[in-house]
Design a protein around this ligand. Structure first.
Ligand code: ATP
Ligand code: MG
Length: 275
């Protein structure tokens, strides 16, 4: 078992109930997409699974442990076994790409190695190999604040590939990428997880990408699980119900919002080309 949530609820400090009565069991090696409208609770759910947020009530078992019963040191060790891909990676602006990727293993390295790596990157070949899987092998020594939003997002993915965690939590990991790159990046994550027997949970804006690339789909709405089904059983009606009130159309890959897009990302001519 990778993780199990039992009747988990989460109320934010301001009293807002972001998740209520969530029960979800996921076996090691499963690949799951979490879909649902904005504000549904997808990020909150992933933060719970990363032991970054503590449930207000209910039980959580994560990689065989009860995270919130662990002493601080063991909780840190547990978090080091989990890799998080953020929508906008929180990287120090002047950091080099290579350092950002190598940071994926900071939690696994002794302190001396981490500090030395800030001065002279410890494993340039390893970082390059991870970046090359996302066509960024040549950007190793670029500064993170001088690459595009889409490239930065792929650096965040390369970091988690380099980390090799047992559980990958990817929160809208391809929202800044054009459709072809988005598909490629999600595939790379899926292949990496499959090859290593790791579990992958990705929240995705694009339902077509979720259905095409993930065997199991969890729909979240208003802080609750609306459905939890094999991709083939989801069906359009269920998706329309999930996104009811969000407009007529379902969010598809070509609609992904982009920021700081590379030239290839932009332009109406490309939109929809892949879908
Ligand atoms: N720190 C917080 N304090 C209070 N409310 C919060 C906090 N963080 C999130 N929320 C609220 O919890 C709800 C769920 O937020 P969450 O970020 O999990 O949604 P989401 O499904 O990831 O949305 P999106 O698709 O826009 O990223 C939202 O209504 C949000 O406003
Ligand atoms: Mg979110």
């Amino acid at each position: 078992m990778s993780f199990r949530l039992e009747q988990v609820s989460l109320t934010h400090a301001n009293g807002f109930v972001a998740l209520s009565g969530i029960s979800l069991a996921v076996a090691a090696g499963e690949r799951i997409a979490v879909v649902g409208p904005s504000g549904a609770g997808k990020t909150t759910l992933l933060r719970l699974l990363g032991a970054a947020l503590r449930p207000s009530s209910g039980g959580i078992e994560l990689l065989g442990a009860a995270p919130w019963a662990l002493p601080a040191r063991e909780l840190r060790a547990l978090r080091a076994r989990i890799g998080v891909v953020h929508q906008a990676p929180p990287l120090p602006p002047r950091q080099r790409v290579v350092t950002a990727v190598l940071a994926g293993r900071l939690g696994q390295w002794p302190l001396w190695k981490s500090l030395a790596s800030l001065v002279y990157p410890a494993d340039i070949a390893g970082a390059r190999a991870a970046l090359a899987r996302l066509d960024l092998g040549e950007r190793l020594f670029d500064r993170c604040d001088r690459i595009s939003g889409g490239q930065l997002q792929r650096v965040g993915i390369a970091r988690v590939l380099y980390q090799r965690p047992e559980l990958i939590l990817a929160d809208e990991p391809v929202s800044a990428l054009d459709p072809a790159l988005a598909r490629q990046a999600v595939r790379v994550l899926g292949e990496d997880a499959a090859a290593r027997g790791a579990t992958l949970v990705a929240s995705l804006h694009a339902v077509d990408l979720a259905l095409a690339e993930f065997p199991r789909i969890v729909g979240v709405k208003d802080g609750r699980i609306a459905f939890d089904l094999p991709a083939a059983e989801v069906g359009e009606a269920r998706l329309h119900a999930l996104y009811a009130g969000e407009g007529e159309a379902l969010p598809l890959l070509a609609d992904e919002p982009r920021f700081a897009a590379q030239p290839v990302d932009a332009g109406p001519a490309r939109r929809g080309a892949c879908c």
